[in-house]
Design a binder for this molecule. Sequence first.
Ligand SMILES: [Zn+2]
Length: 291
Amino acid sequence: MVHLSKAWQQVVNNNDYPKPVQRVLGELVAASAMLSASLKFEGSLIIQIQGDGPIRLLVAECNSRLGLRATVKLLEGTDIPEDACFKDLVNATGKGICAIILDPRNRLPGQAPYQGIVPLSGTSVADSLEAYMHSSEQLETRLILNSNSTTAAGVMLQQMPQHGGVVSNKEFDADGWDRLKALINTLQAEEHLTTDTDELAKRLFWEEDPDGLAERQAHFECSCSREKVGRMLVTLGQAELNEALSENPTVEIQCDFCNANYSFTRADCEALFTETSHEDASQNPQPPTLH
Ligand SMILES: [Zn+2]
């Protein structure tokens, strides 16, 4: 279960998204925290929805310390009605996709992050992620996700393997899955958003004698840095930077996740390219070339 307030409010305050967009993003953020916390994995879990409607891209990222960040890219110049639903926003013509990326903390150079992709399905973030877990992980999963401008909350129910696995000390309960699913299906958005996880577990599962395993705090955390922006600028190439600098005295880059602003003067940009060529030389020692 997850109940986010401060971490989610920081995402909300960094941007001014229309209400229906904010709601979908909140659900995605709650899901990213639960999936990340349920994995034994050092690094970042990123859920991306590439939409074909007014939302072009939704990204929610949660690392193993439960540091969260999220952003949205909207199609410019579209009005989003107050009552726009999930399908209108991201799957208007049925071409939306959902990707989950696992990016290990100490990724080796050249090592690609793990990525799984499924077409968007159903009428919500929860439907799409349930379909993802079913097809990619072969895990039956039921998700309840809700959000408003102050809270993002989620409950995730996941079937454990019948033999082996963590539940081996308990007797297998053949009806358990259907019974628990029925219990969480009774949860309404209003109650979900206004009840903390302890209280909610008691209310939903009081007959099931639940074990609370651990409680952890999530927080907002952005991994952007001047160094990373610099590396991105280098990939654009000197010609493109020179063109930008011919129009403005500095190149200004704003982080989509936290709004931090990074400013590079002409001298800064030139230094990027000399630094990079030195780094390349030290990382991949090449035999000297004869001219
Ligand atoms: Zn940032």
